[in-house]
Design a protein around this ligand. Sequence first.
Ligand code: SAH
Length: 348
Amino acid sequence: MEKKEIKSLTLPELQEEMAQLGEKSFRASQMYEWMHRKLARDYEEMSNIPAAMKAKCGERYRYTALKIAAVQESAVDGTKKFLFALSDGNVVESVWMRYKHGNSVCISSQVGCRMGCRFCASTLDGLVRNLTPAEMLDQIYAITLETKERVSNVVVMGSGEPLDNYDNLLRFITLLSDENGLHISQRNITVSTCGIVPMMRRLADEKLQITLALSLHAATDEKRRELMPIANQYTLAELMACCAYYFEQTGRRITFEYSLVRHVNDSGKDAQMLASLIRGLNCHVNLIPVNPVKERNYVQSERHSVEAFAALLQKKGINVTVRREMGRDIDGACGQLRRRFLAEMKEG
Ligand code: SAH
């Protein structure tokens, strides 16, 4: 049987496990603090834990840690992109962004992705595997250690579809927002999905205080199907009903992400249709000029189209922001750094 990951256990679970090993409850708390507060990279660092207990844990559990495989820093805005090597040799990307209101980290939830969105680099080679809760936390922990600054916001918007890795995602959120860990408020955690309706409903029923972002990208089923294969499974009508349900259950306003692609979804008519589609929903629209991906021929909307699109939504009373592009000079788009790294490895 595979060893359990010690960093994926909640504090009560760890207490239970330690009790079975004959350890006192305060030892579990100490160890939890080393893992989730002091961000220890291994058992060695845990100076107040008896060597015998560390040895027992070493035998019984896996202790995950990431290695930095590459870092790129933007000369424009200080954004840092990290490529991390997992213990099985797979690599994932995370991004660190500094904003006025605090530091934000964008993490990956899977190695690769199976959703197949046409404009996205993460999905080009399909899904390799899910990330475990500890591996999702590790991205934040490693970046905190590296930058020596507190992370205040986490967005699950890197590679992967978080709702395709549901149980691990929920456990990750529990651990990340735990007061005995980094204690990042759920209100400062955003999960972005391409729109897997039954999973969104399940998430709504958990009544968490996180922000749910839905990658919409089109206002008609036909256009959305061209961009996102998931749109063949769920219609926009189902999605909108689901978003209303999410708000009803959680009281949290939905964020709609809309990547603007030149001559594909950025016309005045597109903006009109989007406005009618989301009318009446408690929401916010985030417009993202599409990041060109080498393997795809989508082109970014022109500045004036982006502005006109935003202005039309605003006129209709819709909350809208245009995402500031961070780190464009450093393979900013999802999955691009990983792809380049893997290609270079192949070439030797
Ligand atoms: N699977 C999730 C989260 C990962 S993608 C989702 O689909 O939401 C995070 C966001 O980046 C999504 O809105 C996605 O559609 C968008 N995205 C992916 N590739 C992009 C690109 N090349 N340019 C702009 N946005 C992109």
